[in-house]
Write a protein that binds this ligand. Structure first.
Ligand code: NAP
Length: 320
């Protein structure tokens, strides 16, 4: 079968389209024929060698995807050949025509979603859900500032927050991104390329600040986040690409909390609960993954360049 293989860390071009042997299913696993593959920023960090987790060489990248079950091991009783599913987590690598993955990381694809949308669920939606409800413990009528709302995680968070009747301030870095988040129901939209983000957030909240911040680029924004969080507010660091110096007095003054989160740290039972809740959320009209651009699997390098260098407008997917 065809798959992307990486034999050395480096630029997107290290991803080679190659023939690899088909896998035999091992116990507690299933084999899924991939119809679409979700591309996440973490795939680019691992490929470049700039991540705390270093894959063993050679490897096939990718954590997310959607497709049809082709084989199950005899221990797997809840999944069946022919079922439409999405997958998320460590596996033989989803940038491939087939993936072998532990059955616990395979979820039914909601009927109203296509494979492209299924490939966009795993990391982005589970991250948004966990950040908003497990970490920040968001409740209706609170104000959440999604700082970086135009990408995979941000759009998921925006939709889930609106479903839970929160008020949403959303930021994006392009006109098209700002329009998109507005169309999806953001109550107030901010351009995060401008210098007046603090003033804008305080204006939007009549000087009170926000209850929750979901932060996609903490090394750039954390200092300002500490100034716009309300008393008792919670800042959840989802994305970060460097270090930052803060004054802890800003936290004391507001009784505020900063928490990091990494989706791969999610306890197994919490992950099951998250995907069960997402399944229900997708039945509603207001939660649906948004696809920005599709590339053929062979052109995975262009997909990585796209998310590394362009202003986001949803998810990038690969078609095997
Ligand atoms: P993505 O689809 O590539 O989107 C990136 C987002 O970051 C876009 O909304 C982008 O906005 C925004 N951004 C760019 N510059 C910004 C700035 N100065 N301030 C605020 N936001 C800014 O990526 P994603 O999948 O949504 O992931 C977002 C971040 O979270 C990435 O760093 C990713 O590695 C991380 N992440 C972490 C976890 C975890 O478990 N902790 C899970 C998933 C993702 P524009 O393009 O419109 O400027």
């Amino acid at each position: 079968m065809k798959a992307i293989r990486v034999e050395q860390f480096g630029s997107p071009e290290v991803m080679q389209y190659a023939d690899i042997p088909e896998k035999d299913v091992v116990s507690h696993h299933v084999i899924v024929e991939m119809k679409a593959v979700g591309v996440n920023p973490v795939d680019t960090y691992i490929r470049s060698g700039n991540y705390s987790y270093a894959a063993d060489m050679p490897f096939t990248p990718g954590f997310d995807g959607a497709g049809i079950i082709k084989k199950t091991s005899k221990e797997v009783l809840n999944l069946h050949v022919g079922e439409k599913v999405y997958v998320t987590g460590k596996s033989s690598g989803t940038y491939a025509q087939e993936v072998m993955i532990d059955a616990s990381q395979v979820y039914p694809l909601p009927d109203n979603l296509n494979f492209d949308q299924g490939a966009a669920i795993g990391i982005p939606y589970a991250t948004a859900y966990r950040a908003l409800f497990h970490k920040a413990k968001a409740v209706a009528d609170e104000i959440v500032f999604i700082h970086g709302a135009s990408g995979g995680v941000g759009l998921a968070a925006l939709q889930l927050a609106k479903m839970a009747q929160l008020k949403v301030i959303a930021s994006a870095g392009s006109k098209a991104g700002m329009t998109l988040v507005q169309q999806l129901g953001a109550d107030y939209v901010i351009d995060h390329r401008k210098k007046d983000v603090v003033e804008e957030v305080m204006k939007a909240t009549s000087g009170n600040g926000v209850d929750i911040i979901l932060e996609m680029l903490a090394n750039v924004n954390l200092v300002d986040d500490l100034k716009v969080v309300a008393k008792g507010g919670r800042i959840i660091v989802i994305g970060n690409r460097g270090s930052v110096k803060i004054n802890p007095r800003d936290l004391m003054l507001r009784d505020s909390l900063v928490s990091g989160m990494l989706i791969f740290n999610t306890p197994v039972d919490d992950m099951k609960r998250i995907h069960k809740s997402l399944y229900e959320a997708f039945k509603t009209e207001c939660v649906f993954p948004i696809i920005w651009q599709k590339f053929i699997l062979e052109d995975a390098a262009s997909a990585h360049k796209k998310i590394e260098h362009s202003r986001a407008l949803g998810k990038v997917v690969l078609i095997p």
